[in-house]
Design a protein around this ligand. Structure first.
Ligand code: SF4
Ligand code: MG
Length: 313
């Protein structure tokens, strides 16, 4: 609620703060139990920072993050540690978060022991169980990260998160580095895990066609602001924000009668250190009017679970 994350820009010999990057600039949304909320936007829109700030892997600048009624950013470190297993992050490249000298089974087992979730004697069984649930086997348990393909590594990343029996998984571009055929397998694995374990996901992606297959609701970010949120079908059938329309117009759709005009955005993505005044999208918006340059549009409820920030809607 009202979440902000600003990073200082330092310069010179004494690292004086000369400005700030408003990576997340006053956004509010909810993720409901058991759903998959897709967060989309171009790189640099602040999606990853939202994910990390929710998990309190980085401090917020302002706003609140509430998980099951608990304000995460006011918790003492020990209380936060106890909640950690319930909220897991899956990265784009799990390889970067795996120690190359530690066998996969040990890497997963270590997290279980760290949190005291399973007695030592049962760790291996538990690790094997999650590996199998993720389409790997006992063959993989004593292998090193470099022995795995990209798709297998992402299965390991998912297994490691699942081992802790989380309720919320934040997956940051988890399939973006994979071939399209492997992407489909991993997305199916995400879906299967949700069905069997009742997981809740925040699924971060720059790719709307990936999000379409998995998400029940979608939020569209631009330069640190939320531009639109809506249930998936509503967003795809009735996008209201010009930025969402432009993103969607680039996604091929198989239904000819839904054919859309391709909207090509002009100009570069402005710097989040110096975002445009008024509506942040006005420098690229084909529909901008004078008011857009001065007045920031409110994020308003416009109909069945549909929110949008645009003066023209
Ligand atoms: Fe475009 Fe104005 Fe709407 Fe912003 S508020 S999206 S500039 S029409
Ligand atoms: Mg990112």
């Amino acid at each position: 609620n009202g979440l902000k994350k600003y990073f200082p820009i330092k310069s010179g010999l004494f690292s004086r703060t000369v400005g700030q990057v408003k990576a997340v600039d006053d956004i509010s949304f909810s993720i409901r139990k058991g759903e998959t909320f897709g967060l989309v936007g171009e790189s640099g829109s602040g999606k990853s920072t939202v994910g990390k700030t929710i998990l309190r892997l980085t401090d917020k600048t302002d706003g609140t993050v509430t998980f099951k009624g608990i304000d995460l950013h006011t918790l003492q470190p020990e209380e936060l540690r106890k909640l950690r297993p319930q909220m897991q992050l899956i990265f784009q490249d799990p390889y970067s978060s795996l120690n190359p000298r530690v066998r996969i089974g040990d890497a997963i087992g270590e997290a279980l022991l760290d949190h005291g979730l399973v007695p030592q004697a049962e760790v291996r069984d538990r690790v094997l169980e999650v590996l199998e649930a993720c389409g790997l086997s006992s063959y993989h348990i004593d292998r090193f990260p470099h022995e795995f393909s990209g798709g297998q590594r992402q299965r390991v990343g998912i297994a490691r998160a699942l081992a802790l029996d989380p309720e919320l998984i934040i997956a940051d571009e988890p399939v973006s580095a994979l071939d399209v055929s492997i992407q489909a397998q991993i997305i199916n694995l995400f879906r299967k895990m949700q069905d069997t374990k009742g997981l809740t996901y925040l699924f971060i992606s720059h790719d709307l066609s990936v999000v379409e297959h998995l998400c029940s609701r979608i939020g569209v970010m631009y330069l640190g602001s939320m531009m639109e949120t809506a249930p998936r079908d509503e967003l795809f059938r009735n996008p209201l924000h010009p930025y969402t329309k432009a993103l969607l117009s680039a996604v091929p759709i198989p239904i000819p009668k839904l054919k859309r005009e391709r909207i090509v955005l002009s100009g570069e993505l402005p710097s989040p250190a110096n975002p445009p005044a008024g509506c942040k999208f006005h420098t690229r918006c084909p529909f901008a009017v004078a008011r857009c340059k001065e007045e920031k549009p409110e994020f308003r409820h416009v109909g069945s679970d549909h929110y949008v920030a645009c003066h023209l809607v």
